[in-house]
Design a protein around this ligand. Structure first.
Ligand code: NAD
Length: 476
C-alpha cells in the first residue's frame, strides 16, 4: 500500500502529464482540454442472486474523444473507484496515441471480487452491467469499445458481445462492440497473449538500443537476464513465459497475492501457472523457496523487474530499496509519481506503462478492424502468396538439379518458405512493428532532447503532441 503522503493514482497520472506539458508549447486552454476526463458514468444496478437482490456499483469513464470510438478495458476488482477508472482512461488516451491506434481513451470497472461468484452468477452480473452501459452507448462499435482487464477475460467479453447483439439485432457490426472475445465469438488469434507478447517485444526493442541499455547499467541482450515478476495473471504469465522460453531470460522470482517464489536457478513458469490453476495460489509449490511477504521480493536483486498486477506497488515506502536497474511497467501505474522521481535520481530505467502494456490495445485494434471488415486476416492472400513462393521454389529446385552435388536447397527451406502467413503470424508481425515504432519514437525524444529526463516523459510528449494535433485539426 502507498504511504499516506503519496498522490493518488489519478494525481500521479496528472503529475506525469504536467511534467510533460511543461516541456511543450501548447496553445492556452488546449492543455486543460487534453488533461481533463470528459465524462464518467456511475451505475448502480441490482441482480437477483442467491434469493435476494444484490446491488453492484460500476463505472465507465471517457477521457478523450479526439478520436472515436474510445477504447479501454473493463476491470473487475473490489478496489475499483472513480479516481482509478479516470486515471486508467487517461492512460488509455496516451497509450493509443503512442502506438497509433485510432481511438480515444476510456476505462470501466465493476466493484466486485469475481472469486466470490460462480460462473452463472458472473454471467448474470456481466450481462446486466453490459445492458446498462450499452443502452447509453457506452458500449457501441463506433463510440465505445471495451476489452478485458484485471479480473475479466475473453469469457466476459463474449457475454458482453452477445448482450449487445441481443439489444441491437440489426447492427451488422455488433461484434465490433467489444474486443478480446474468444475466436469463436469474433475474436482474433493472439489477443489473449497480446499484452504479455508486447512486453517481450518492448524488451527486445529496448535491448536493440545499446545506449539505452547502458543507461540502466546493463549490457548484452535478454539471454541470461534475471527477471522478477509480480502477478502471474494474463499479462505477467505470458510475458515471463515468452521471455524464458524464447529469449533465454531466467525467471528467478514470482510474486502473487499469497507470497512469492524465489529460485536463483530459474523457475519453471508453466509449472507454477499450472499449480496456481489447480491450487488457487503459490503456497505449497514444491520446486522453489516460498516467501510469505511477497511485496518484499520486489526489493530483491535482479536485472529486470516486471510489476504486472496492480497500481502503486512501487511507492515512496519502498522505492529506495528497489534494486532492479530496469523496470518494465506491465501493469498500469505500478510506480507512483513519487517513486518515479526517487528511482530516476538513482538511475533506474523505467519502461513506462503507456508504452509497455500497449500490446493489448494494439491487437484489440486489429480485432476491431477484423470485425468491421468481416474477414479473417490473411484469408485472401495466403494461398496466392504460397503460389508465388512455389514459383521461386520450382526455379531453385531446377538449379539444384543442374548443380548436382555442388549445391542443394537447405532441408527445411522449402517447407518454411512455402507456407503463407496465417492470422496469428500476421497479428504478431503487426504487434512487433507497432512496439518497435513506438519505442523508437520515445527513444528519439529521450536521447534527442536535453530536457527530457526519461522514457515516460518522452512517451507522454509523443502522445500528447499527437492528441493535440488531432484536436487542432478538428478546429478546437
Ligand atoms: P489478471 O487478473 O489476469 O492478473 C492479475 C494477477 O495479479 C493475478 O494473478 C492476481 O492474483 C495477481 N495480483 C493481484 N493483486 C496482487 C498483489 N497485490 N500482489 C501480487 N499479485 C497480485 O489481470 P491482467 O489482465 O493480467 O492485468 C494485470 C495488469 O495489467 C493490470 O494493471 C491491468 O490494468 C494491466 N493491463 C492488462 C491488459 C490486458 O490485456 N489484460 C492490457 C493492458 C494492461
Amino acid at each position: 500500500m502507498s504511504p499516506r503522503n503519496e498522490p493518488s493514482f489519478r494525481q500521479s497520472v496528472d503529475l506525469m502529464f504536467n511534467r510533460a506539458v511543461a516541456l511543450m508549447d501548447l496553445p492556452p486552454g488546449l492543455e486543460e482540454k487534453i488533461r481533463v476526463c470528459n465524462a464518467t458514468y456511475t451505475v448502480r444496478f441490482g441482480v437477483r442472486l442467491r434469493g435476494r437482490i444484490q446491488t453492484f456499483v460500476g463505472y465507465r469513464a471517457v477521457h478523450s474523444e479526439h478520436m472515436e470510438p474510445v477504447k479501454g478495458g473493463i476491470r473487475y476488482s473490489q478496489g475499483v473507484n472513480q479516481d482509478e477508472v479516470e486515471a486508467l482512461a487517461a492512460l488509455m488516451t496516451y497509450k493509443c496515441a503512442l502506438v497509433e491506434a485510432p481511438f480515444g481513451g476510456s476505462k470501466g470497472g465493476l466493484c466486485i471480487d469475481p472469486r466470490e461468484y460462480d460462473e452463472y452468477e458472473l454471467e448474470m452480473i456481466t450481462r446486466r452491467f453490459a445492458y446498462e452501459l450499452a443502452k447509453r452507448d457506452l458500449i457501441n462499435p463506433s463510440q465505445n469499445v471495451p476489452a478485458p482487464d484485471m479480473g475479466t477475460s475473453e469469457r466476459e467479453m463474449a457475454w458482453i458481445a452477445d448482450q449487445y447483439a441481443r439489444m441491437n439485432t440489426t447492427d451488422i457490426n455488433a461484434r465490433a462492440c467489444v474486443t478480446g472475445k474468444p475466436i469463436g465469438a469474433g475474436g482474433i488469434a493472439g489477443r489473449v497473449e497480446a499484452t504479455g507478447r508486447g512486453i517481450q517485444y518492448a524488451l527486445r526493442e529496448f535491448f536493440r538500443h545499446p545506449e539505452d541499455v547502458k543507461k540502466a547499467g546493463l549490457s548484452g541482450d535478454l539471454e541470461g537476464k534475471r527477471v522478477i515478476v509480480q502477478g502471474l495473471g494474463n499479462v505477467g504469465y505470458h510475458a515471463v513465459r515468452f521471455l524464458s522460453e524464447e529469449d533465454g531470460a531466467k525467471i528467478i522470482g514470482i510474486i502473487e497475492r499469497d507470497g512469492a517464489l524465489l529460485d536463483e536457478a530459474g523457475i519453471d513458469v508453466e509449472a507454477v501457472h499450472q499449480w496456481i490453476v489447480k491450487h488457487g495460489g503459490l503456497a505449497g509449490y514444491p520446486d522453489a523457496r516460498h516467501v510469505a511477504d511477497g511485496s518484499a521480493v520486489l526489493e530483491h536483486e535482479c536485472d529486470i523487474l516486471i510489476p504486472a498486477a496492480v497500481e502503486g506497488v512501487i511507492n515512496l515506502g519502498n522505492a529506495k530499496r528497489i534494486r532492479a536497474p530496469l523496470i518494465i511497467e506491465a501493469a498500469n501505474g505500478p510506480v507512483t509519481a513519487g517513486a518515479d522521481e526517487v528511482l530516476r535520481e538513482r538511475g533506474t530505467v523505467i519502461i513506462p506503462d503507456l508504452y509497455a502494456n500497449a500490446g493489448g490495445v494494439t491487437v484489440s485494434y486489429f480485432e476491431w478492424v477484423k470485425n468491421l471488415s468481416h474477414i479473417r486476416f490473411g484469408r485472401m492472400q495466403r494461398r496466392q502468396e504460397e503460389a508465388r513462393h512455389q514459383l521461386v521454389v520450382n526455379e531453385l529446385e531446377r538449379l539444384d538439379r543442374y548443380l548436382g552435388d555442388a549445391w542443394s536447397i537447405s532441408p527445411d527451406f522449402k517447407e518454411k518458405y512455402l507456407r503463407g502467413a496465417d492470422e496469428l503470424e500476421l497479428v504478431r508481425s503487426g504487434l512487433d512493428d507497432t512496439m518497435r515504432a513506438a519505442y523508437q519514437s520515445m527513444h528519439e525524444v529521450w536521447n534527442g532532447r536535453e530536457d527530457v529526463p526519461d522514457l515516460r516523459i518522452a512517451g507522454y510528449l509523443v502522445a500528447i503532441e499527437r492528441v493535440a494535433r488531432s484536436y487542432r485539426a478538428k478546429g478546437l
